[in-house]
Ligand binder design. Structure first.
Ligand SMILES: [Zn+2]
Length: 582
């Protein structure tokens, strides 16, 4: 049985390590938006309860961890103690659902839309501490159909976490809140309609920040079409899986629309084959390959190296300007794995291309004990996993670029986004786990995803030249930067790239579509090369890039794909016939 999901020796997860991303890192991190900062969470042990007078059960039941009260001796609840004593988290912007609180509490008055005075001076928290109240206010949280009210939030600067009283929230908004092991859902109490869904991976049920500039404040129900674009045009099984598990919130359960970009990108897609290799841990076996682009990217890249972990399917990509960079990037990667995961790569599968089959790699393997597995010459099937991954990434790029009307020279930006999405999407080949889950033991979040290439407005308050300059300008969303919780935004007017966390998106417009009209064949350069029937060495004078074109020689049943050529006024066909004596 080759299906890895039936392998009884395969452990479910591997102990994860902190996701630290060094500056040289060029691939997308697994997901910089977990609701729980840091991994793994520091185990929390309840503090010693202070001695309490004997009390009736009824009285104890009325004691809640954060509420308006006159002075009463209080018993701490576990969650209250956590808020008061845990040191693993610094105070943060998030809101946390608390079924024990009778009032909403926030340490940040900046969250209030209408601050006002209050007659309440103190709030008691679960461990008996008194917390001063400086004022109160209101705010709203967006949802799919109506704003949800947070009334009478008490401004308590000493509280570590912003709390939403579940009781007050449900009664003020006429909603129900359903908790499950992945997070919670807010539904209209009368109609049962889902208003918002929040996936939380940490020990608490959290919402993301509700600052007005944070577009991902409340995960709203969006059209299935919008989610299809944000997720990088996944197939129905992946989409249906995410909807059925409430990881994304859609107005329709099925993808029931026609996607033009998918037709362009996927109509030739072949099914992925079942894996036949059995690996027991991450980094037991790494597949690697190099792809050559016929087009220089905007940032000067010509190649990319893909590294695929056999066990988790986690994928890293490294754009390269020269093939000679392959070895140094691999060395960096090898070191990264050692430092961050305390593991060594055991086996490395690649083809016999000169970038791998050289003395650098051989002496490195001898020194480190790394085993090299080369595919036989002209037997690319033996390196099938990395080749299929290249095809998958290129297919993804072929969906992302035309949908955004971006010129092909932005292929590196699309590539980073494609790898990022691959790592957080479930895959049938790993039993509908995600590569991130298998490598980091953490469910990725989807609420921050936005449609690649759409219009966006990053907050530029801090960098504007003078006070009357606009606070934002029209930009194009270019993906998720590594090492940074935010978005890459390309300013249309100046060509500058901004990294910003506070971005407002317009996912219905694609600013490049006004200035650039791709033709039907613009992106065919991303299609996989036709399988070579024989190896030939091009003459050294071939260097002029041309529009990729395929030439078929029926008598020899040979298909050649021409990417660059020195044609010297000859047609490519004549040139090939002359040089190769066909
Ligand atoms: Zn699509």
């Amino acid at each position: 049985m080759s299906n890895r999901s039936h392998n009884p020796t395969r452990p479910n997860f591997w102990p994860p390590t902190p996701p630290y991303w060094p500056p040289w890192w060029t691939s997308a991190p697994p997901c910089p938006y977990p609701t729980n900062p840091g991994w793994p969470p520091t185990p929390w042990t309840p503090p010693q309860r202070p001695p309490t007078p004997s009390r009736s059960t009824h009285a104890a039941a009325e004691d809640q961890q954060a509420h308006l009260t006159d002075y009463n001796p209080l018993e701490p609840t576990d969650i209250a103690a956590a808020f008061q004593t845990m040191t693993m988290d610094v105070p943060d912007d998030n809101w946390y659902m608390d079924s024990g609180a009778t009032s909403h509490l926030s340490s940040d008055a900046g969250k209030f839309t209408s601050p006002c005075a209050t007659s309440i001076n103190l709030v008691y928290v679960g461990n008996g501490n008194r917390v001063p109240v400086l004022g109160s206010g209101h705010t709203t949280l967006p949802s799919s159909s109506r704003p949800l009210l947070l009334n009478n939030i008490l401004h308590t600067p000493h509280i570590l976490k912003n709390l939403i009283s579940v009781r007050k929230f449900t009664s003020d908004n006429c909603v129900s809140v359903t908790f499950d092991s992945f997070g919670f859902s807010v539904k209209d109490y009368k109609t049962g309609k889902l208003l918002s869904r929040h996936n939380s991976t940490g020990p608490l049920y959290s919402l993301t920040s509700t600052s007005p500039t944070s577009a991902s404040a409340f995960l709203s129900t969006s059209k299935s079409e919008t989610w299809h674009y944000r997720l990088g045009h996944p197939g129905s099984p992946v989409f249906d899986f995410l909807v059925s598990r409430n990881f994304i919130s859609c107005n329709k359960a099925k993808q029931s629309f026609f996607c033009h970009s998918c037709q362009l990108a996927k109509h030739k897609r072949l099914p992925f084959e079942e894996s036949t290799s059995i690996t027991l841990q991450p980094f037991d076996l790494l597949h690697c390959d190099l792809w050559t682009s016929p087009l220089l990217s905007k940032t000067g890249y010509k190649y990319y190296m893909v590294l695929l972990d056999d066990y988790t399917h986690f994928t890293w990509i490294f754009p390269l300007k020269f093939k000679s960079e392959t070895f140094s990037k691999f060395q960096q990667f090898h070191k990264y794995i050692q430092t961050q995961f305390n593991k060594s790569i055991k086996c490395f599968q690649c083809d016999m291309g000169g970038e791998f089959d050289n003395t650098h790699f051989k002496s490195f393997a001898n020194k480190t004990g790394l085993q090299f597995r080369f595919s036989c010459p002209q037997t690319s099937q033996q390196n099938g996993k990395s080749e299929r991954m290249i095809r998958r990434l290129n297919d993804l790029m072929m969906s992302l670029l035309p949908h955004a009307s971006l010129p092909p020279s932005y292929w590196v930006e699309a590539l980073h986004t494609a790898a990022y999405l691959h790592n957080i999407l479930p895959s049938k080949l790993i039993n509908f786990h995600t590569p991130t889950t298998l490598l980091y033991h953490k469910q990725p979040s989807y609420s921050h995803l936005r449609t690649f290439g759409c219009g966006c407005y990053p907050n530029q308050n801090a960098t504007r030249p003078h006070k009357v300059a606009p606070r934002s300008t029209l930009c194009i969303f270019l993906g998720y930067p590594p090492n940074f919780r935010g978005y890459r935004c390309l300013e249309v007017a100046t060509g500058k790239v901004f990294l910003s966390r506070h971005v407002t998106f317009d996912e219905s417009t694609f600013p490049f579509s006004k200035s650039y009209k791709p033709t039907q064949n613009t992106y065919t350069f991303l299609e996989p090369d036709p399988s070579p029937l024989f190896n030939f060495h091009p003459p050294s004078t071939i260097h002029t890039p041309v529009q990729p074109q395929e030439i078929y020689f029926p008598s020899l049943r040979i298909l050649l794909c021409i990417y660059s050529i020195d044609i010297n006024e000859k047609s490519p066909r004549e040139f090939i016939i002359q040089h190769y004596h066909l």
